[in-house]
Design a protein around this ligand. Structure first.
Ligand SMILES: Cc1ncc(COP(=O)(O)O)c(C=O)c1O
Length: 392
């Protein structure tokens, strides 16, 4: 029997499929070039340095970074966040964050807190998973050095008030770090309008590059004080045994993941030619259809904002009488629909939503290649699962 077509609804974990141009850019680099960047003077080495510079330029342009050197290539979103947090914080500092965050922010902060180096305030969220900027303002202390906030939740999809928090951070002369893992490539982003000092994101989600890629934007205020977390060869200032202070070299020790970066560059080129606002609109239409369809199924609760303008294209839900893991396995085995059950590395978010003790939720997340048919097939399949238990 033929297996049904794979319906991939786990784009919040990593995007798939990638644009054809991403596959061909990675393959052509690996087959025909293969040189390291910033280190040689032969033809391929010069060509690959140009490819890396082009990827950096495009990402800087996408987020209005001002200068390409402000874009640092990292291993993944977690690596970008670790560099921002460990590079910025000093003993005695206070940090404001939220219960909406992913473990890639919560754990580095908890690590420093457990060592007695910093103190942390985690502001709560409302029932739809959105924080109140006034709670951030109220949490400010003289020792506050950093406010770190997720842009869009990887559990509810809820878009957080980053513009308001950016204003609060600037007024208080506090650094502002944005985790854009679920927003970059899905929403238009302007780091200067947000007034963030640091913006971290994977290259393998909304930017459509391969796994093992990440980016960190380092703004003018953060540049002066952000320490490097790793030191090593950069191909620049090789006569010195101190890490160069120039960007991006200061934070890019060792050979870069060139196949990955070339893929991210091709992904961003694809995004720019398709326009992020158009991608956002298409994703929003599918999200509305998904929320409406799921909400009409008996026993389903959809988490997060009802208003589609307040969310990105991912929808988490619970189904009465079913563990999210059971539903996810059935969707895969019976319908080849691929989703993500569980706590989504966001334990405080699930506690806040009351879903932590029931195995979390089932997440369906949309990418630019999903269709209305994918969404409708998922809705029908979940209503069949719901009916199964009703029959018992
Ligand atoms: C909100 C959020 N932040 C950070 C990350 C970490 O990104 P990466 O998996 O690239 O380390 C993720 C990935 O799931 C995420 O959803």
């Amino acid at each position: 029997m033929n297996k049904p077509r794979r319906i991939y609804l786990d784009n919040a974990a990593t995007s798939w499929p990638k644009p054809e141009s991403v596959y061909s850019a990675v393959e052509s680099y690996m087959r025909e070039n293969g040189a390291p960047s910033g280190r040689g003077v032969y033809r391929e080495a010069i060509e690959v340095s140009r490819l890396v510079a082009d990827a950096r330029f495009r990402i800087a342009d996408l987020i209005n970074a001002g200068e390409p050197r402000r874009i640092i290539f990292t291993l993944n979103g977690t690596d970008s966040l670790n560099l921002a947090i460990h590079g910025l914080l000093r003993p005695g500092n206070h940090v404001i964050t939220s219960v909406v965050e992913h473990n890639s922010v919560l754990r580095p902060l908890r690590h420093l807190e457990d060592r007695g180096e910093i103190s942390v305030t985690r502001v709560p969220c409302g029932s739809e998973g959105i924080i109140d900027p006034d709670a951030v303002r109220a949490a400010l202390r003289p020792s506050t050095r950093l406010i770190t906030l997720i842009h869009a939740s990887n559990v509810t999809g809820a878009i957080q008030p980053v513009f308001e928090v950016g204003r609060i951070a600037r007024e208080a002369d506090v650094f502002f770090l944005v985790d854009a893992a679920q927003s970059l490539g899905h929403l238009p982003i302007d780091v200067q309008a947000i007034q963030c000092d640091l913006l971290a994101a994977p290259g393998h989600k909304g930017l459509l590059g391969p796994l093992g890629t990440g980016v960190l934007y380092v703004g003018p205020r953060a540049e002066l004080v952000l320490e490097s977390c790793r030191q090593g060869g950069t191909g620049s200032k090789s006569d010195e045994d101190r890490q160069p202070l120039i960007l991006p070299d200061r934070y890019e020790a060792g050979n870069l993941n060139i196949p990955g970066i070339v893929g991210v560059g091709a992904g961003v080129t694809w995004l720019q030619s398709h326009d992020v606002s158009t991608i956002q609109r298409q994703s929003s239409e599918l999200t509305i259809q998904l929320i409406n369809g799921l909400s009409s199924i008996e026993g389903v609760q959809v988490l997060g904002p009802k208003d589609s303008h307040q969310r990105v294209g991912l929808v988490s839900m619970t189904l009465n009488g079913w563990a999210p893991q059971e539903v996810s396995m059935l969707l895969e085995s019976e319908h080849s629909i691929q989703t993500r059950p569980g706590l989504h590395c966001a334990p405080l978010m699930h506690h806040a939503l009351g879903t932590a003790n029931q195995g979390g939720a089932l997440r369906l997340s949309i990418g630019p290649f999903n269709t209305l048919n994918d969404v409708n097939v998922a809705i029908t399949a979940i209503s069949e699962v719901s009916a199964m238990r009703l029959e018992f």
